[in-house]
Design a binder for this molecule. Structure first.
Ligand code: PNS
Length: 164
């Protein structure tokens, strides 16, 4: 079985991520959407909440599964028999850092990184921007899945719920 991983923070998952996941799902038998556990960075959603939202959103796709990881991505890939990392490239501005990570991951483990070109509809989209716009009452409908929109609205209405 050919397994790939789409790693990220996904705080929260956006429609841009979803586009990359579904396209990755056509390239491998199984794609793990792996949420980084980062104790140093507080998020709007906890890792468990992010995974729950991802599971809801990915329910229609049988070969997209959700997991979490900490430490090096290449170690997670080795431990889970994953042969490729799939990332979306939104714009040239993503390229420098993504190339650096791809080269480091290859140097560390020989794992390949495959880039898919993000749908131009979502090229400006990021989780941080969505959170910022939503936190000031802006409309992010259509940029995140409906279940995420609903959870964001209730969380932002109760700011004490925001956790790491
Ligand atoms: O959604 P993000 O926060 O941009 O995702 C970044 C992520 C999780 C893909 C990257 O930070 C990562 O792979 N972190 C795991 C630690 C690691 O392997 N670091 C070395 C990268 S070369």
């Amino acid at each position: 079985m050919r397994k790939a991983v789409c790693p990220g923070s996904f705080d929260p998952v956006t429609n841009g991520h979803l586009d990359v996941f579904t396209r990755a799902a056509d390239l491998a038998d199984e794609v793990v959407v792996a949420v980084l556990i980062n104790h140093k960075k507080a998020g709007l959603f906890t890792v468990d909440e992010r995974m729950e939202l991802l599971r809801e959103v990915l329910a229609p796709y049988p070969n997209l599964v959700v997991d979490a990881f900490h430490g090096l991505l290449v170690d997670y890939c080795r431990d889970h028999g994953i042969k490729a990392i799939v990332k979306g490239l939104r714009a040239v501005s993503d390229f420098d850092y993504e190339l650096q990570m791809a080269q480091m991951n290859y140097r560390l483990s020989g794992i390949e990184t495959v880039f898919v070109s993000t749908n131009p509809l979502y090229s400006y989209l990021s989780s941080s921007l969505v959170k910022e716009v939503a936190s000031f009452g802006g409309n992010v409908e259509g940029l995140v899945p409906a279940s995420v929109l609903e959870r964001m609205r209730s969380k932002l209405a109760r700011p004490s719920d925001a956790t790491g």
